[in-house]
Design a protein around this ligand. Structure first.
Ligand code: 13P
Ligand code: SF4
Length: 365
């Protein structure tokens, strides 16, 4: 008789050390049938179990190329969706806690993007004028929208190349959901700020005048990351007044002033690589999520590199942190029993269009 999946209740009160041993045992039992992918922001007690780690671009490539039956994604919901879209139909993508979402991704939804498209059509035909570009931090239906309307997906690593591709298709871009990544990338391409107005999805016509829409090169969706918005220019100025030789490196989800005051701006993978390649004894101020900064600080301490977190307060990706050792142990032990819990499935019609936008991205970058 078929048995039911093991309920999470049994894991809820499990001590972290017990989870650790059970994760190791379950991984050994599963062997190559399961691969654990871990984003750089993942908490240390989960990250250490990842077989492969990376930024969003690297993880999407890994998801597309793994041979494992089960892709256990220690990241957030949109990442597990991308894994489902890019993997083979028989592979199974799993998010150990379904509550691990992304607050930025939630700032855009299909109804609002479709409304924006309708409103734009009062000024011009958006399908003849606008390339929709979604940051990978978005739901699958928004990626599908981009696939359907000649658009594309970008990550923090390839945003510039993707915008260049987009402008080769149409003269304008609608960029969602992160205004900061869009603005910084457009600025680096030489686009004046006046030609990158913010589209407020809660206002009629995005809160813009028709003339502003006509003049715009990039319409920036009013969205942001709740973690990266905590970093401020004043944090950089204060630290630099104390340590003038400090090198500042930030993620492009930080606001424009923070990016402008930074010596380097780039993805999580770029941040790690840049500090790894720097001379010993250098001092760094880093504007990105705390788990990653702590890991980098530990990793490069033996080389005498000093790595300081940018904000005075704790800025963690609290949604990603919901994937704790308890949820990972529960997920893996179910797989050992042949039970799949928390599978992420994107409906095929939506997945096909989203795949189009993702594959355009993978080809361009
Ligand atoms: P990366 O692609 O740089 O890893 O960024 C993902 C993310 O969600 C940053 O907040
Ligand atoms: Fe989303 Fe921000 Fe977390 Fe990145 S750090 S996954 S953008 S909430």
């Amino acid at each position: 008789m078929p048995t039911a999946a093991i309920a999470f209740d049994a894991f809820q009160r499990l001590a972290d050390e017990d989870c650790e041993a059970r994760i190791v045992a379950a991984k050994a039992a599963l062997g190559k049938r399961a691969v654990i992918l871990g984003h750089h922001y993942q908490r240390a007690d989960v990250y250490k179990h990842a077989d492969l780690t990376g930024d969003s671009l690297k993880l999407s490539r890994l998801a597309a190329s793994t041979a494992a039956d089960y892709i256990v994604f220690c990241g957030v919901h949109f990442m597990a969706e991308v894994a489902d879209i890019l993997s083979r139909p028989e592979q199974i993508s799993i998010l150990p806690d379904l509550n691990a979402g992304c607050s930025m991704a939630d700032m855009a939804n299909l109804a609002k993007v479709e409304r924006a498209w309708r409103e734009l059509s009062e000024v011009f035909d958006p399908d003849e004028q606008v390339t929709p570009v979604t940051y990978i931090n978005s739901a699958a239906d928004l990626k599908a929208f981009c696939g359907e309307h000649g658009g594309i997906v970008c990550t923090s690593t390839n945003a510039r190349k993707i915008l260049e591709w987009s402008f080769a298709q149409q003269p304008k871009v609608l960029f969602f959901p992160d205004q900061h990544l869009g603005r910084w990338t457009g600025h680096k391409m030489g686009i004046p700020l006046e030609e990158m107005p913010v589209w407020d999805p809660d206002e009629p016509m995005g809160g813009l005048e028709v003339e502003q829409i006509r003049k715009a090169k990039i319409l920036l969706w009013k969205g942001h990351c709740s973690v990266h918005q905590m970093f401020q220019a004043s944090h950089i100025l204060r630290y630099k007044s104390q340590y003038p030789d400090a090198i500042v490196i930030s993620h492009p989800e930080c606001n424009f002033d923070v990016c402008r005051l930074s010596d380097y701006v780039g993805s999580t993978e770029f941040i790690i690589k840049t500090i790894a390649e720097a001379p010993p004894g250098t001092r760094w101020l880093v504007g990105t999520e705390l788990n990653l900064v702590n890991r980098i600080a530990e990793q490069f301490k033996p080389e005498g590199k000093i790595v300081q977190f940018m904000a005075p307060t704790v800025c963690m990706c609290s949604t990603m942190a919901r994937i704790d050792p308890q949820h990972l142990a529960w997920t893996l032990e179910n797989l050992v029993q042949g039970k799949v819990v928390n599978q992420i499935t994107v409906p095929e019609e939506e997945a096909a269009l989203a795949r189009l936008a993702l594959e355009r991205m993978l080809q361009v970058s």
